[in-house]
Design a protein around this ligand. Structure first.
Ligand SMILES: NC(=O)c1ccc[n+]([C@@H]2O[C@H](COP(=O)([O-])OP(=O)(O)OC[C@H]3O[C@@H](n4cnc5c(N)ncnc54)[C@H](OP(=O)(O)O)[C@@H]3O)[C@@H](O)[C@H]2O)c1
Ligand SMILES: *[C@@H]1O[C@H](CO)[C@@H](O)[C@H](O)[C@H]1NC(C)=O
Ligand SMILES: *[C@@H]1O[C@H](CO)[C@@H](O)[C@H](O)[C@H]1NC(C)=O
Length: 291
């Protein structure tokens, strides 16, 4: 009996907490004049995140490989209300270049308040693991090591500003998903690194927040091109995704799940019933379109 009462009490507390946090609102004023770096901001979710911050009057620094895209995004950021919008071209396969991005950010913005780690790349494609080590190394460098390099180089500035780190993860960072071995590996590595770092910040009272975004399938051009014909799932809008991630970052929440009702229940059940969850998720793949 006591057990059931404690369980019910916990559930009530959990739901009240969720209600409280989800209705917490963001005042745009809290971002005005803040300095933001968004990686992988030439397109997709990163581009949308840059626009969200621009609208609230932030200083925005963009980075990716394609200069013409970055130019256009920077221009739109200024139109939307960014106090300034710069970009620096960089290939995250090159960790020295990642270091350089932080150098340029410090020079142009005089510090950093939000480090948004969002880029995704590497030589891997969506498909069966064929034993190719170069694909694994490429994914671990672009999708994991460069994130850590950027964090390492920005650490001093973030401690100084009581800033925030946002890490874009995926359901594939918490549950093994087929046909994405190298991507999954990098996302799991990110989850490990940043959950550990968050504890250290807490213990040493470094006022730097770490927000991990656990995302489902989002309708970016690249994602739809890659998996559109291989998944039966419907993608969620990148604009709304960016809004929810930015809100969680401003509120300094440790985690955000988007779309919430497709991801959160899976997260709650997966440790109790891993085989059930695995089999359930396998049904979303159109294996005829995969080799
Ligand atoms: N879309 C989804 O369904 C989904 C689901 C779960 C999680 N996520 C996560 O959400 C984040 C954004 O995803 P997205 O769909 O918006 O990605 P996307 O549209 O493919 O954009 C990727 C960005 O990364 C940049 N990039 C790629 N390779 C790079 C490299 N070697 N060096 C530097 N920049 C590079 C790209 O720009 P350039 O090509 O110009 O370099 C682009 O700006 C990623 O972390 C992804 O894992 C996405
Ligand atoms: C890596 O980036 C650095 C700094 O931007 C640059 O000097 C170097 O030539 C790059 N290395 C490669 C292999 O492209
Ligand atoms: C931590 O940083 C946030 C954002 O800069 C600030 O609002 C908060 O007051 C800080 N907390 C402490 C204990 O310094």
């Amino acid at each position: 009996m006591a057990g059931i009462k404690i369980l019910l009490l916990s559930i009530t507390v959990a739901f009240s907490a969720y209600y409280f946090f989800s209705t917490e609102t963001v005042t745009p004023g809290s971002v005005h004049g803040k300095r933001i770096l968004v990686t992988g901001s030439s397109t997709g979710i990163g581009e949308q995140i840059a626009y969200e911050f621009a609208q609230m009057g932030a200083h925005v620094m963009l980075t990716a490989r394609r200069e013409t895209h970055l130019q256009k995004v920077a221009e739109k950021c200024r139109k939307l209300g960014a106090l300034s919008a710069h970009y620096v071209v960089s290939d995250m396969a090159n960790l020295t270049s990642a270091q350089h991005v932080i150098q340029v950010t410090n020079e142009k913005l005089g510090g950093l308040d939000y480090l948004i780690l969002n880029h995704v790349g590497g030589s891997g494609s969506f498909g069966t693991f064929q034993g190719d080590m170069d694909v694994v190394k490429s994914s671990m460098t672009v999708n994991f090591l460069s994130y850590v390099q950027l964090t390492s180089s920005a650490l001093h500035a973030l401690k100084e500003s009581h800033g925030s780190i946002v890490v874009m993860s995926s359901m594939s960072g918490r549950v093994g998903a087929p046909f994405t071995t190298s991507y999954c590996a990098a996302k799991f590595a990110l989850e490990g690194f940043y959950s550990s770092l968050r504890r250290e910040f807490s213990i040493w009272k470094n006022n730097v927040s770490v927000t991990v975004a656990v995302l489902g399938y989002i309708d970016t051009e690249n994602a739809v091109k890659k998996v559109g014909d291989k998944l039966t799932m419907k993608p969620s809008p990148k604009e709304d995704c960016a809004k929810q991630v930015v809100k969680a970052a401003i509120l300094r929440q440790p985690e955000v799940f988007y779309p919430f009702w497709s991801i959160k229940p899976v997260m709650l059940v997966k440790d109790w019933a891993p085989i059930l969850i695995g089999n359930l998720l396998d049904r979303f793949y159109i294996v005829e379109n995969l080799k």
